[in-house]
Design a protein around this ligand. Structure first.
Ligand code: FEO
Length: 396
């Protein structure tokens, strides 16, 4: 990717990672980008770097605009290695003594990630740095999504460097919201569901703070994906909506199966839910990636989980998914468990335990069927589905 001018004198000098398909357990079927920004003013600042392995391209992009040695300040909004992994090469190239601006927690975290003793400047929330015509303001955004995270705001341009927030794992020919249109929202929603869902209270608080401060945004520049310049309010509104945890009249049936019995149960339960007029989507865990399922979990009212019992335990893919979902802390859900078993049949009990840990209210104690569901078993599944469907209608 060649440098792209985002505003007068401000360039995206980041890179495209076309081929990444697994971003620490999140499926990135369209790759991603590591955006980094160069601000050329009386002083020159670089905001964030790129993932290790992409530094040459970053430095070439910078060199298309200025000699990298002319960079006066480096700002690292976030320690995670997809944005800071390029720091050692960049600092080596531009001068190891150049000031490196980080949040207070960023100072701690960078010091733990890197052995180099750089010229760190741990900023206070609201601290400013003048580049000449422009002033940068650093805004602490603790736990959005790491303790060290911060935003950098350019008040003269009303431009926000938002680190991971408002980003999307998307690599394509489009670089701005006006070029891609609403087609970017499924990527933004997936990003939110898998990275930010557990921090929604922090997001609501941040939006309140920003509103109180009267900050306006003409351009939002995240570190992944497209830049919001046509209608930045639209992604902020989407974040506010998603942070509200307001489920739709919708259910997801997530399961794995050994010999198709739990699958047969899933299909009948889904049939019962649909009979009540509730949208339902079944997900076989061996066909769907956990990070894609989370998009639907985010706005479903009912989470229905099915697992065979394997060696007195849950099926491994179901454990994987429950662990992942629990960490993301979905709220305002009802749940129900089901599963086929041979002789001991612990799966329903174990899923219910996970529901309890996630504060998911049970729509039913769950349904176990030994071996293969017969007609009576199939009817019981439909009945369970109808009960879940009714509960969705009553509670959403
Ligand atoms: Fe894109 Fe939290 O790193």
């Amino acid at each position: 990717m060649k440098p792209i001018e985002v505003a007068s004198g401000i360039f995206n000098v980041g890179v495209v990672d076309w081929n990444i398909r697994d971003f620490h357990g999140y499926s990135t079927e369209n790759g991603t980008t590591y955006n980094a920004y160069l601000i050329v003013d009386e002083k020159v600042a670089l905001v964030d770097t790129v993932k290790k392995g992409f530094e040459d391209q970053l430095l070439e992009n910078i060199a298309d605009i200025i000699d990298p040695k002319e960079i006066d300040y480096v700002i690292s909004n976030h320690t995670e290695m997809d944005h800071s992994g390029g720091l050692p090469r960049v600092m080596h190239k531009i001068g190891e003594d150049k000031p490196l601006y980080v949040s207070k927690m960023g100072f701690k975290n960078h010091s733990l990630h890197f052995s180099q003793k750089w010229n760190y400047h741990g900023v206070e929330n609201g601290e400013e740095l003048s580049l000449g015509k422009r002033t940068l303001t650093f805004l602490e955004t603790k736990m959005l999504h790491w303790p060290d995270s911060m935003f950098t705001y350019v008040k003269e341009d009303k431009l926000l460097f938002s680190s991971d927030a408002f980003g999307q794992h998307y690599a394509g020919p489009e670089k701005f919201d006006d070029e891609i249109g609403d087609a970017v929202f499924p990527y933004a929603k997936k990003y939110f569901a898998n990275i930010l869902l557990l921090y929604t209270m922090k997001i609501e608080k941040l939006v309140e703070t920003v509103t109180d401060l009267g900050l306006e945004f003409n351009i939002i520049c995240p570190d992944h994906g497209i830049i919001w310049r046509k209608d930045p309010a639209k992604i902020i509104e989407a974040y506010v909506k998603w942070s509200g945890h307001k489920p739709k009249k919708k259910a997801v049936v997530i399961y794995d199966t050994m010999w198709h019995s739990t699958e047969a149960m899933a299909e009948k339960i889904a049939e019962g839910i649909a009979e009540e007029g509730v949208d339902v989507k079944p997900f076989n865990l061996r066909k769907w990636h956990r990070s894609d399922i989370m998009i639907d979990v985010m706005d479903a009212k009912a989470i229905v989980i099915g697992s065979p019992t394997l060696n007195n335990n849950l099926f491994p893919t179901v454990i994987d998914f429950l662990t992942y979902m629990k960490g993301l802390k979905p709220r305002n859900k009802i749940g129900a468990a089901f599963g086929s078993y041979g002789w001991s049949g612990e799966s329903v009990k174990l899923i219910n335990k996970e529901f309890e840990a996630m504060k998911v209210d049970l729509a039913d104690e769950g349904l176990r069927i030994q071996y293969v569901p017969d007609d009576q078993g199939a009817d019981a599944c439909v009945t369970l589905g109808r009960k879940i469907g009714k509960a969705v209608l009553e509670t959403s």
